[in-house]
Design a protein around this ligand. Structure first.
Ligand code: ADP
Length: 237
């Protein structure tokens, strides 16, 4: 049977800061049920890609199509209602609100197509025991998990994940990897930016390797590590 069209299509995306092109013609596709990893050296434009797709930054060129609809210029809360949400490298929950209240606030911003049961969501992420604690008291791993809970509370179809693994111990990492895979297996499209290659290997179906704002490789990680251009970028060879 023919493949379904991509849920997310990015074509020739450009983002400038002054005269510098942080994104310089980036293209990628992402289908429902697929986890795509965005890897590349520091400064190659990974976070800018997430910020631009996620509505935090306006693109200067190119086209982003989600579910057949052009979305550039839409702000994060609008995108959230369309089913696009994200996690942050440095989560900033409402520190004085409880974990449950934080997730509740996030849920009201979602598309509401399949409103998740918040207590089931918290339990599934291992946060049930933390539900009544102020978010400001959580450790960094718990804050990362809460950030994921907040994104999932909006019932996204497309989840953008920026540097989730930093600050997690190996057990927590493994658990997060399993969570993302389970979400994808249920049909979510997930774009993951991550430095930790073990995490990328475990979680992704495909990777895009970025350098200087462009994709220099698209395919499986196992093939990427054998690719001459990729080796030159990572090893400077
Ligand atoms: P990565 O996530 O791959 O490390 P980034 O997307 O954070 O890369 O950054 C890509 C480039 O754009 C870097 O050179 C960075 O310094 C620059 N950059 C990112 N955000 C801004 C900004 N708000 N103003 C100016 N330059 C920026």
């Amino acid at each position: 049977s023919p493949e379904p069209p991509p849920l997310l299509e990015v074509r020739d995306l450009v983002k400038r800061f002054g005269g510098f092109r942080a994104l310089d013609g980036l293209s990628l596709d992402l289908r429902a049920g697929e986890v795509l990893g965005l890897v590349g050296p520091n400064g190659s434009g990974k976070t800018t890609c997430i910020n631009t797709i996620g509505g935090l930054q306006r693109p200067d060129g190119g086209v982003v199509t989600y579910d057949g609809r052009r979305i550039p210029g839409l702000r994060p809360h609008r995108l959230s209602r369309l089913g696009i949400n994200r996690t942050y490298q440095s989560p900033r929950p409402f520190a004085s609100l409880t974990v449950r209240e934080n997730v509740l606030v996030a849920a009201t911003e979602g598309c509401g197509s399949t409103p998740p049961d918040l207590d089931t969501l918290l339990a599934s992420l291992g946060l049930a025991g933390q539900a009544a604690r102020p978010a400001g008291e959580l450790n960094s791993a718990e804050q990362k998990t809460l950030d994921l809970a907040r994104a999932l509370a909006t019932a996204p179809r497309l989840l953008l994940v920026d540097e989730l693994a930093a600050g997690l111990n190996p057990t927590e990492l493994l658990r997060m990897a399993e969570r993302l895979r389970a979400l994808a297996d249920r049909g979510m499209a997930i774009l993951v930016v991550e430095h930790l290659m073990g995490f990328i290997e475990r979680v992704t179906d495909r990777v895009i390797v970025m350098n200087a704002g462009r994709a220099i490789f698209g395919g499986r990680l196992a093939e990427a590590v054998r690719d001459g251009d990729v080796k030159r970028v990572f090893l400077g060879g």
